[in-house]
Structure formats: structure tokens, C-alpha cells
Design a protein around this ligand. Sequence first.
Ligand code: FUB
Length: 465
Amino acid sequence: MRARSLLGATILLTGSVVVLSGTPAQAASLATGARSLESVSHPGRYIRHQDSLGRLDPVTASSTAQVKLDATFTVVNGLASPSCYSFQAKNGQFLRHRDWRLRLDTNTGDPTFRGDATFCAVDGSVAGSVSLTSYNYPARRIRHRDFTLWLDTYQDTAAFRADSSFRLTTAWAPRTSKNPVLPGLFADPHIASFNGRYYLYPTTDGYAGWSGTYYKAFSSTDLVNWTDHGVILDHGPDVSWADNSAWAPAVATRNGRYYLYFSGGLASGNTAKQLGVAVADSPTGPFRDALGRPLVRSDQFSGGQAIDPMVFVDGDGQAYLYWGQGVARAVRLNADMVSFDPAQVRTITPPGYNEAPFVFKRNGTYYLMWSQNDTRSENYQVAYATGTSPLGPWTNRGVVLQKRLDLGIKGTGHHSVVQAPGTDTWYVAYHRFAVPAGDGTNRETAIDRMEFNADGTIRPVVPSL
Ligand code: FUB
């Protein structure tokens, strides 16, 4: 069952925080972003961590900056399920239960950790409050006892209900940076502009071995405030030939329809990655597998992995498909957007290429961009070439986006580019190791300006927090 908005829910405002709530003990929907969680039974006390253990302590305006940081969590997409939530501390660790005690830990990406660090929201004991049930032990809820936090079996008493209810309030330590633009772990962002609105289509990250299974879509009018449109394609129910490795989606539009190109693999048997295409009538889906089989099979071309698809539609309406890890390939797509002539596929692997090809056009020049090095390396970076056609030939231009260690920014790659409609203003969306505690499977999505010199070359992108 996929995450869907709750029909018939009422909107309650608690401070600046929106809590969508149904009747008592029903699933509730939380706004993601930086929040603090105030106790219902002890107003003025907030969930915080100290020495990695969860506590319920007083926090006031005169509390130290550290206490305010420790009492601030970012509500993010559930590590185990998009129907639920995880709570990321400012140090990058996640609130999880272990031995029934609430504590902070680093996400290992394995199913046990993700389950232990995922909580589903149900109505709390008073209007506007929530109670957080465990994803993997649904009969248990986060509650405080002697001002320490535990995962206890639900008891139908007024005291238990109050001790396990919290109001999400404005964060004691509000965010001071513009990136990441999406709360939580999302990688390989494909950014696009359709009908005056920006869209982001990322890989859902935080899984060991990048074993995620579903894609979400987000949209924005200002590149700052993003609306989560929920799951738009889920390999489990929606794709017969792929279970996992839901990687690096890219969306293109033609004739009023939207085509989502994606990678997928099987958990057993032939686990090699393949490319698929799904179609929808809206940029936020729901998408359905257009072919019921891969668009590019794992065994179809020799060398490289069939991952990281990207489609560029030229001004004459001709669409081109690019893809590949290790080897970069390109081909004209047929007008149906879901087929091509295999005999016409070209290898266009540029120097230092690893993966994530991306093509756009500006002032008659075609730009081919790609990621170098391994996504687990802090040296993951973006380089580019320019050409006179969507298929080259290409002139290598070097690296334009790389780590910025003075700000703790590492592993900047798997990017995409969007032009602000009607302007010559361009933006690059990319992922990086989550700041401060991320790595190659705990990545987050950032957006920065991408500027050009008078000769059309791209200026080095300045990654920002
Ligand atoms: O997110 C999974 C894989 O990691 C992508 O397909 C690659 O481009 C790399 O970012």
C-alpha cells in the first residue's frame, strides 16, 4: 500500500506547524522540516537527546544553543516507509529505538535500523498533538517515563496517552542554510520545469546497497519551498521486472504526457540493472510501467551498466535517450518516447566518465555533462563537454562542480540542470553526502546557481550550505 494523502482529514495549526489529523488513533500526516516536539503531559519539556539518549527536558528561550540544537529534529520521509516518518537530529543521526530505549544512531541503511528509526503518526491525546507508533513494533509508542524516552506497549489509559503525545512546534534551532532543499535523504535529483512549475524527481536514499524501491515527486514555484507529492512509482506493485535499485529517475514530456525513465534490478536471479519507462498524464503521476518489460535490457549492449537514464528533447521535438555507468550511450527515441532503434545506439563515453549523463542546450550549443569517480567518494564530481549536436562531437571542458571542504561539502554529483522559464538564469540540482554525517548511501539534494562566461563555458559552481 503506497503513501497517499488522508481523505477527509482536518487541518489543525499548531504554531507554524501543520498537522493533518483524522479521528482519534487514526494515521496523521506531518509536515516535514525542522521541528521541536513538546510534551502534552509536561508542557515546556521537549524531546531532546543527551549523550545520544532520548530525554524529555525543559527548553526555554534562555536555554543554551546546544540544548536548543539537541531539542531540534528534522521530520523526514520514513527510512522504512514513505507512509511514516523519521526524525533526524542536527548532528545528522536519527532517532531510533534499541532495547526499547530511544536514542540517536547513524543510519546503517539495513532494514533493522530503518525499521527502528521509523515512526508512524497517529492522533495524540489532545487536538493538534500526535503520538508516534513504532514502524516495526506497531503496538508500541514513544513515551516518556521519568523524563527519559522509551518505546512502550500502548496502554489505554489517560496517563499513557498523555505521556505518549507531543505537539510539533517551531524548531528551537531553525535552519540557517538553504540546502538541502528536500528534508531527508534523496539523491540523483532530476530537476525539470513543466507549465511554470519546477519538479524534482530523486532517488530515495538511505538504503544499504542503494536498495530503495520507490520514487517520490516534489514541486515548487520558487526552488525553495517544495511540496511532497508522495510516491509516484513503486517497484513492488508497479514494475513486474524490478524489485529494487529504484535509481536516478528522469522525466520528459511530449504531447501532454509525462515519461519517467528509471533503473531497476531484481533481488534474485538476474540482478543486473535494466532501464524502464513509465507514463502518466501529470508530472506527479501516478505513473504506470509503459512497456511491462525493460526499455533497455541488461544484456542488450556490451559493457557498462544500464542505469542513469536521461532524456533531452531538442527544439525540433526530437527526443534523445542517454544512459550508462562505465559506458555512456545515446540514441534517438522514436516519437512514442518508449522505443528506439537498437542499431542506432552510439557510444559517447567522455574522458573520466563514470555515470549520470545530462544534456541541455543554450544559445545553440549542446552541453553534455556527467559524473566522475564513485558516488561513495568525496571526490564524486561533475564535468562537461560542449558540442554542435545532441550526439556530438564533443569538446571536453573539464570539471565544474566538486567538493567544498571548507563547508564540509563532499561527493557533489549526479546532477541535472534547469533554466528558469523565459530567462537566462540556470540552476543545477545535485546530491552530496548529507551534511554533516552522510556518506555514499546517505545523500541529500542541493540546488545552486549555474552561470556562464561570455564564451558559453560554464563557471565553476559554488556549492552552498
Ligand atoms: O543512487 C544510486 C546510484 O548512485 C545512481 O544510479 C548513480 O548515479 C549514483 O549516484
